[in-house]
Design a protein around this ligand. Structure first.
Ligand code: ATP
Length: 229
């Protein structure tokens, strides 16, 4: 039987003022799978994510989330099972790790169970954590809510290889439990290694899409498409 589609867009078009930056995108994200959104700077990746989670209104087309076309705001989509981690990791730097979890109404023990290294860091301000620790906190906090779909911008941006591997493993573990993931990841090899499927955006349109495994050993085409224009 075909995998359950958790998120689907049809003809999704998005813009700012008079500038259209997403030009009618069709994408589908399946339960238990990781989909990577690739593309050069300015190709529209963040705009697509923001529209999918309800922070940006589409000019045209539709977003179908958990089987229903939605125009709901982010908080309502979150209640329905959507998690979102923005580029800035969605943390409050001046608050401690514990207070960041409290504010999000997430159980500390559940987060520590997912990410044991955080236990020693609960009293530290989130802004003083390393990039890897911050992303571990963001991802485990999001996963503690057991989202059906997790959307992550700049997944491993700025992380050392070991930290990137730690958060990647956490994400894979969640997909084995059925969570679907849509992420943006700049490092092409890492993105293809981590994901099941990928899409390459070029000037707001899908230039290429496919199975990540088919492209792991031949990335030239994707590299060519992700060069800034
Ligand atoms: P990056 O990898 O640099 O984050 P991206 O692929 O995520 O880029 P977007 O951030 O979605 O791309 O931006 C797509 C286009 O929309 C760019 O030309 C950008 O300048 C423009 N843009 C983004 N946000 C706004 C905004 N708030 N107002 C006007 N234009 C914007």
């Amino acid at each position: 039987s075909p995998a359950e589609v958790v998120l689907q867009t049809a003809g999704l078009a998005v813009g700012y003022q008079d500038l259209q930056v997403v030009q009618g995108i069709d994408l589908a994200v399946q339960k238990g799978k990781i989909t990577a959104l690739l593309g050069a700077n300015g190709s529209g990746k963040t705009t697509v994510l923001r529209t999918v989670v309800g922070l940006q209104r589409p000019l045209g087309g539709e977003v179908r989330l958990f089987g229903e076309v939605t125009r709901a705001a982010l908080h309502a989509r979150a209640r329905a099972g959507l998690g979102y981690i923005a580029e800035n990791r969605s943390l409050i730097p001046a608050l401690t790790v514990r207070d960041n979890l409290r504010l999000a109404k997430v159980d500390t023990a559940a987060v520590v169970a997912l990410a044991p290294p955080l236990e020693k860091l609960l009293s530290r301000r989130a802004g003083l954590l390393s990039g890897g620790e911050q992303q571990l906190l963001s991802v485990s906090r999001a996963l503690a809510r057991r989202p059906r779909l997790l959307v992550v911008d700049e997944f491993c941006q700025g992380l050392a290889p070991l930290a990137a591997e730690t958060v990647s493993a956490l994400l894979r573990q969640a997909t084995e439990a059925g969570t679907a993931v849509l992420l943006v990841e700049q490092m092409l090899h890492r993105a293809l290694e981590l994901s099941d499927r990928f899409l390459v955006l070029r000037q707001g349109a899908v230039a290429l899409a496919g199975r990540s495994a088919d492209h792991r050993n031949r990335t030239e085409e994707i590299e060519r498409l992700t060069i800034a224009t």
